[in-house]
Design a protein around this ligand. Structure first.
Ligand SMILES: NC(=O)c1ccc[n+]([C@@H]2O[C@H](COP(=O)([O-])OP(=O)(O)OC[C@H]3O[C@@H](n4cnc5c(N)ncnc54)[C@H](OP(=O)(O)O)[C@@H]3O)[C@@H](O)[C@H]2O)c1
Length: 249
């Protein structure tokens, strides 16, 4: 079960899993892109908004009728933020929380009986480096990813001994249709920080096979999270000095 399997990281994960013989159900809101990727991979598809708890429960019940036992849930569906707490529309701030954080919670709860029936099974949560650092850029997105990261780490402990292993994957800048990071950066140096979705997909599969509980993709993003935790004042001063502040009206 791959949420957000119609684009970017989710589609790359689906392709990698399909190559390894997995039978897949892909989930997203937009039917056109979903049908394209599902058709390419011989996967099943479910149109569903993960931010809508009732819809997630309804769709999960329908999937569980066909597949009472599943081996893997990838909580990948997510939306970008692109703004601060003071300039984003309130509806957008709510959508970020409902999709990026609560969407993962509702999907796990709805598919849990099928994961338990399929155990040993795996849950992969696609978090973000933005969930480990908060330095002024895209604060509401970052906050939604901080919440999702806390969910992933906490539920891993809640599920210990259940036969369901929780893997937290923390990507940095990845170039995808939803997050066109290569086009965003002008400097070659910054463009060099951007990776392709296939790298995340490979690390997801490797993480499952090698039982890794938490991994940054690429690995060299981890020190940034360490700096945030060990020296938050330093990071805050650096962000202020770099001009990350509210646009003057
Ligand atoms: N790209 C990056 O730099 C980056 C870095 C770190 C983490 N991430 C995380 O990686 C995940 C995938 O992002 P991406 O870069 O691959 O973006 P993307 O290309 O926009 O793909 C997002 C996928 O999620 C689906 N989706 C969005 N909202 C949904 C909803 N409410 N219900 C169901 N499906 C929904 C989209 O399909 P529909 O729009 O049709 O629903 C699409 O399939 C996100 O959680 C994102 O936060 C991305």
């Amino acid at each position: 079960m791959v949420t957000g399997g119609s684009s970017g990281i989710g589609a790359a994960i689906a392709r990698t899993l399909a190559r390894r013989g997995w039978q897949l159900v892909l989930l997203a809101r937009g039917e056109e892109r979903l049908a394209e990727v599902a058709g390419e991979l011989g996967a099943e598809q479910e149109v569903c908004d993960v931010a809508d708890r009732a819809e997630v429960e309804r769709v999960a019940a329908a999937v569980r009728e066909r597949h009472p036992a599943i081996r893997l849930l990838v909580n990948n569906a997510g939306i970008p933020g692109g703004g601060g707490f003071l300039d984003l529309e309130p509806d957008k701030i709510e959508a970020l929380v409902r999709t990026n954080y609560l969407g993962s919670v509702w999907c796990l709860r709805a598919f849990l009986p099928a994961l338990e029936a399929g155990a040993p099974a795996d849950l992969v949560n696609i978090a973000s480096v933005a969930g480990t650092i908060a330095a002024g850029h895209s604060g509401p997105y970052s906050a939604s990813k901080h919440a999702q990261l806390a969910f992933s780490r906490s539920v891993g402990v809640e599920l210990a001994g259940s036969g369901i292993t929780v893997h937290t994957v923390i990507p940095g800048f990845i170039d995808t249709p939803g997050f066109p990071n290569r086009a965003r950066f002008r400097s070659r140096l910054l463009q060099g920080l951007v990776a392709d979705p296939d790298l995340v997909a490979d690390q997801v599969v490797r993480g499952i096979e090698r039982n890794r509980l938490e991994q940054f993709v690429p690995r060299w993003y981890r020190p940034a999270a360490i700096v945030q935790a060990a020296a938050p004042g330093l990071l805050a001063r650096a962000a202020r000095a770099s001009g990350v502040r509210r646009k003057q009206k």
